[in-house]
Every structure is written in C-alpha cells, then in structure tokens.
Design a protein around this ligand. Structure first.
Ligand code: PHE
Length: 339
C-alpha cells in the first residue's frame, strides 16, 4: 500500500492539464466517490494497527497534493485567453472608461429638478417650427428684426418652416392644447444664425418657463425666480430686475444674479459690476393668450427664458462656449464628479 501511494504521489506531481476537461477528469479519478483517494480510505480499515499512523498520514498527504494541484492548475487555465484561435479574449475586463454626463446635461437636469419641486412639468416640442408657433402667436410684428435672415435659419417659404429660435414655441403648443392652470418648463435645443465665438454659437440650449392661472402677478414671477436663483447658485444669491423688451411679454425684464464668483465684490467674470445677467422674463402679453385661445380677461401669466450654456459657464467658470460642442475628453472628464 505504501508503494502504491508513493507512486500515486509521483503521478499527481507530474500531472498537468491543457484544458478544463482534462483537469476535471483528474479530479474525478482521485477525489470522486469512486475515486482513488476514497478507495484508499476503505483499504485503510485493513491496515495493521501499528502501521495506521504512518499510512493515515500518507493518504492525507496524497489527498492534499491532489487538491493543491487542482487549485494551481485551475488558476493557470483561468489566466489563459478563452479563445486563442480568434484572437479575442472575451473574459478580459473592458478597458474603456465609464462615460460622464455632459456639463450642459448636468445643469439642464438641475434646472428641471429645481422647477419640478414647485410643480412645473416638462414639455417638449419640434426643433423645426412653423412661423405661427415661433413668431406670430408670440406677438412678433411681421416686420420684427428677429424674423430677419440674420437671426433665423429658414428652411422653407411655403409652408413657412424654420429652425426654432427659442423654446417659447413649445409653450405656444402647450397653451393651444391645455387650459390654465399651466405650469411648465421647456428645455431644448435652439438655433440662431450667429457667428460662432467664445460667447455665442449658432446652436445652443434653453430652458423656458410659463405659468398661467387666475391672478398670477409680477410678484409671483419675482418670488419664483428668486427661489430658482438661490437653489442654483446658493442661498446668499441676490437678484435684480432691469426693464427690457420682448414682443411676447409686457412688462418685460432681464434678471441679474449677484456674481457667484466674487460674491458681488467685482471680478472679470461680472466685468467688475458684481452682477451677471442670466435670463429674460415678463408677464405674458394678453395678445399671446388670445392667439392660443386662452381667456385673457380671466387669466394672466408670467414667462421666462434662459440659456443653459451661459448658466453652465457661470456655474463652472468656463470661459469659452465652444468647449461645450467640441467633445474634447480633457474638458468633459473634469465633470466626472459633478454627476
Ligand atoms: N424667448 C426669449 C429668448 O429666447 C426669452 C424669454 C422667454 C424672455 C420668456 C421673456 C419671457 O431670448
């Protein structure tokens, strides 16, 4: 018996497997119920008492050697490529890094989040718009310069189709379909025929908002936008309104926030004024409500619109708008932690 075990020990030592099947056959030969090791334990019962100690140790050594061999060979086989012939190793971990959200998407989602907390829904509409939804319903006089070739990418004359110049067009569509109360924001891509520079692009992104109900006042507008500015830029943010003009709102205003870089003391971002402009707003012009079949004696509303690029530039101190469109990984990677 001693000789038999020693021979088996040699066999185990010399064994090597080229594939998992060979290794499994080896395991079955030695360790399965009817294998050699259990058989030795059966024979062990017939061993003379004075030899038992030695023989018991020897069988255990063999069993241990088989188990070690299996573990070592398994590790070796696992390291080999699964399919050497095709040249692909499908078991290798992927080497490409995880993607990150684009900074414009991060800020857009944050804006949506802030407004949905106070009951605004999100609406979307087509990027190719007709003249009615982009201009006429919004009270643009026929000769208004915004309709000029300078600003608008026209597609067709009849029917009059163009790339939308703002997402106010989406709000016209919402008002056509729904009666007040309406509380909605419309994020989306807009197009203007402008020269591309560090501060402007022919494609950019907006979030516009609309609130129509009975007795909506300028106070509601101010308080809503004050809440928004503090949520986005921090609780110490101040706001101020300057009178402005838009065809679709009356009165109209532009809203500035206290510069979030210098805290209002003055720096090159706010051009040493302490304030930065972030959006246009105003009370919806009664003509717009009428064009959308909403009773302008009963209802009033406010609207606002902002460029996501501009807000992202302020929030993350990006000084060139073109960076948002170049997909340079060195730029995008910096937003990994902002997800
Ligand atoms: N639609 C305007 C723009 O694109 C922004 C705006 C929206 C202004 C609503 C006032 C009210 O510039």
């Amino acid at each position: 018996m001693k000789n038999k075990i020693n021979n088996l020990l040699k066999e185990v030592e010399a064994f090597s497997a080229e594939n998992p099947e060979q290794l499994e056959a080896f395991r079955i030969k030695f360790l399965s119920k009817k294998g050699l090791v259990p058989a030795l334990f059966v024979d062990f019962k017939t061993v003379a008492p004075e030899d038992r100690r030695e023989m018991g140790q020897l069988i255990n050594t063999l069993k241990q050697a088989v188990q070690n061999k299996i573990v070592n060979l398994k590790d070796k086989l696992d390291e080999q490529p699964v399919s050497q012939s095709s040249g692909f190793d499908l078991s290798l971990p992927a080497s490409s890094p995880l993607g990150t959200r684009h900074p414009l998407a991060i800020v857009r989602n944050e804006i949506i989040d802030i407004f949905s907390r106070i009951g605004f829904t999100v609406s979307e509409g087509p990027e190719i718009e007709d003249d009615f939804h982009n201009f006429t319903a919004l009270n643009f006089p026929k000769e208004h310069p915004a309709r000029d070739m300078q600003d608008t990418f026209f597609i067709e004359k009849d029917p009059d189709l163009a790339l939308r110049t703002h997402t106010s067009s989406v709000q016209v569509r919402v008002m056509e379909k729904t009666q007040p109360p309406i509380r909605t924001i419309s994020p989306g891509r807009v197009f203007r025929n402008e020269a591309i520079s560090a501060r402007a692009h022919c494609i950019f992104h907006q979030v516009e908002g609309l609130y129509v109900d009975e007795e909506v006042s300028f106070t509601d507008l101010k308080q809503t936008l004050f809440y928004f500015a503090r949520e986005l830029f921090g609780e110490h943010t101040k706001i101020r309104f300057r009178p402005s003009y838009f065809p679709f709102t009356e009165p109209s205003a532009e809203m500035d926030v206290s510069c979030n870089i210098c805290g209002g003391k003055g720096c090159n971002i706010c051009k040493y004024t302490g304030w930065v402009e972030i959006l246009g707003c105003g009370m919806v012009d009664p003509n717009v409500l009428e064009a959308c079949h909403i009773d302008n004696k009963k209802y009033t509303g406010f609207a606002f619109g902002m460029g996501i690029e501009r807000i992202t530039m302020l929030k993350y101190q990006v000084n060139d708008l073109r960076l948002f469109f170049e997909n340079d990984l060195r730029f995008l990677k910096q937003f990994e932690s902002a997800r």
